[in-house]
Design a protein around this ligand. Sequence first.
Ligand code: ATR
Length: 271
Amino acid sequence: FPLAGVIGNPIGQSKSPRLHRHWLTRYGIRGDYVPMQVEEADLETVLRTLPKMGFVGANVTLPHKVSVLSIADRVTDRAILIGAANTLIFREDGTIHADNTDGYGFISNLKQGAPDWDPKAGPTAVFGAGGAARAIIVALAQEGVDEILLSNRTRPKAEALRAEFGPRIQVVDWVQAGNMLEEATTVVNTTSLGMAGQPELRVPLDGLRSDAVVTDIVYAPLRTQLLQSAAEKGCITVDGLGMLLHQGVPGFERWFGHRPVVDDELRKAVL
Ligand code: ATR
């Protein structure tokens, strides 16, 4: 009876229990997936104890995604590059393996929503330079995107990503962020702007190309103002819910032995 779950603080808002429980029911797998609220000071003790209680792995969310790297016994290359982990596998030999599937989830969602997406068509414009942006930049680079225009309200955070990930990143000042859109064939909002209860992303979209693929990591609302405006321009748009759903695929497969699908039925179940 394999168990998995998600560890964070707070944890009540996490959609992961609904996601994984939907898959467990759908595939008739005996097992469970539970939310766990854990304090930073208790994280290592909890992680060392869970395998003794029948847990085969766990997702990790805020604020533990970075600190879990120093607890894990092995960390995948992509998690090291991103500098955070979201998926843990508890191995039979007692070791903990940490991976990051956020970038994978982002790319899988993009490819599902825009099957003809071409990473080489032109530059990618990225709004934001936080944790989500790191995962997305690493994933875009791995897909072969070789020009990333990056703009963040706090410019030094964008400069730091350029220093870390190299000259494929070009930093654009926040007040000129709209200029990125004239060239960009892929546009990504990685900020929380546009989320219900947050301010809108106020970037002039006049220059946005009608052949651009536009995606947002925000999924509440599903159709953000950015996606709405882009759709009105004729762009292909991809909402952020799929990123959340796809990031869960590798973990579920490892823990429960069945590769799950992401489709409309799942989207409805999780929303
Ligand atoms: P996440 O892990 O979701 O990326 P984060 O690391 O806190 O969360 O990053 C949040 C991102 O949204 C940052 O790029 C942040 O910009 P700053 O680096 O300037 O803080 C951006 N963001 C949040 N609120 C914003 C606002 N009101 N205006 C502009 N950018 C905002």
